[in-house]
Write a protein that binds this ligand. Structure first.
Ligand SMILES: [Zn+2]
Length: 410
């Protein structure tokens, strides 16, 4: 595709940019005006089925790097350094008459419920589990319940997709109805880091050799100056690959390949996401989790992730914390961060004591952290907490505080 300065004529070369012209929707009509083996049982083919998304907001906090250019179709070399959201919006607005894309060069966390409530559907291609969980929590916070029954009109579907190295997944989440991100948190294992001593002196696996080149040699030898290692830059990968091969030969280890090198380097780089999905009521939505893997051959598979009865994000079931009264606050903090279904990052714990709000521990503000740090070494009893006490926990993984109930064990 040429680098078009002028809006490209879609469909047969009409030069005026009116919003409708003969044949504009021919391709879409094939999906919407006739039935097929995958159409929804309730779907009636008709011209009305063509609703189209004409207003799209895009939120992204990144700017375009030269290494982004090889795996997308919206950015050009002249756009390097500019916000991705702005450039993507300009490109589509120029190319697709009648479609309005509104860019937001921001973090998703910069907006609140009133912003997210306006959408019919949200598509996420985020590069971190924390951001995914935050958006998941945001959509759950928009649900309304009447006598414990979910009001379906308050549901905003979330389509989430991501890639890491050679693996990808796509899932459809109906908040409050199907498994949410936190229901399946155990599927996101903490990143594997090999022990440094193994990497440095006792490599056994090809990955150890690649890690040696990535972690130790790259920062020491600075083959490309101060540039940080970029998993999408073939020259960078080639350098790491060559170093890893040398290392492997020295220790008689086999299996270091270019592909494996790229996979290992990419699994550690932060910009990993390109997701692209299409959802229309004409088709039965993905139910509800698809995985894709081409690390070695090609493998893809779809399964139904199940809701977790006591999910801390979507279940509305009070979360229990079982501790003896002699446990220290530090142990509670460790539980919140290390438990595989919670995986909080820097939880702030507050409670109500004698009718007053009390911060037991908060990490994100230095002065408060220093003031509350001594509490970590105190037992729950010493802190004045009692059996059945409610603890409110705030964390970057959710826009809402999570309520826990403290249950003293013996
Ligand atoms: Zn859930």
């Amino acid at each position: 595709m040429a680098d078009a300065e002028e809006p490209m004529a879609v469909d047969g070369g009409h030069s005026d940019i009116s919003c409708e012209w003969d044949g504009r929707w021919n391709h879409v009509k094939k999906f919407l005006e006739r039935p097929g083996p995958f159409t929804h049982p309730d779907f009636e083919p008709s011209v009305e089925a063509l609703s189209g998304f004409r207003l799209i907001h895009v939120v992204d906090m990144d700017t375009i790097d030269v290494s982004n250019l090889n795996r997308q179709f919206l950015f050009r070399p002249k756009d390097v350094g500019r916000p991705k959201a702005d450039v993507a919006a300009e490109f589509i607005n120029n190319r697709v008459p009648g479609c309005e894309v509104v860019p937001h060069f921001k973090k998703i966390q910069d907006y609140d419920e009133s912003f997210y409530r306006q959408f019919h559907i949200i598509v996420c291609g985020l590069d971190s589990v924390i951001a995914r969980r935050w958006m998941n929590g945001m959509l759950i916070s928009l649900l309304s319940y009447e006598d414990g029954v979910l009001d379906p009109s308050s549901i905003i579907p979330l389509i989430d997709g991501g890639t890491e190295g050679f693996k990808g997944n796509a899932r459809v989440i109906l908040p409050g109805m199907t498994a949410c991100i936190d229901c399946t948190l155990e599927l996101y294992p903490p990143q594997i880091n090999f022990p440094m001593c193994t990497i440095a002196s006792m490599p056994r696996l090809p990955e150890h050799c690649i890690e040696y080149a990535r972690v130790l040699q790259w920062p020491k030898e600075k083959p490309f100056g101060e540039t940080s290692l970029d998993g999408d830059n073939p020259q960078h990968i080639q350098w790491v690959f060559a170093q890893a091969q040398e290392r492997a030969a020295e220790f008689k280890i086999t299996g270091v390949t270019y592909r494996l090198t790229q996979g290992v380097v990419k699994s550690h780089s932060r910009h990993v996401i390109d997701a692209f999905f299409f959802l229309h009521s004409a088709y039965i939505p993905l139910n509800n989790y698809m995985v894709f893997n081409d690390v070695d051959g090609l493998y893809t598979y779809t399964f139904e992730a199940e809701r977790k009865d006591n999910c801390s994000a979507c279940s509305q079931v009070p979360q229990d914390l079982q501790f003896p009264s002699s446990a220290k606050l530090q142990e509670v903090l460790e539980y919140l961060t290390e438990n595989s279904s919670l995986q909080m990052k820097s939880p702030a714990i507050t409670t109500t004591l004698e009718g007053k709000n009390k911060t037991l521990y908060l990490q994100s503000v230095k002065s408060i952290e220093e003031r509350t740090r001594p509490n970590l070494c105190k037992t729950l009893k010493e802190l004045g907490l009692s059996d059945g006490q409610e603890l409110a926990v705030a964390d970057v993984t959710t826009p809402q505080t999570v309520l826990f109930k403290l249950n003293f064990t013996a």
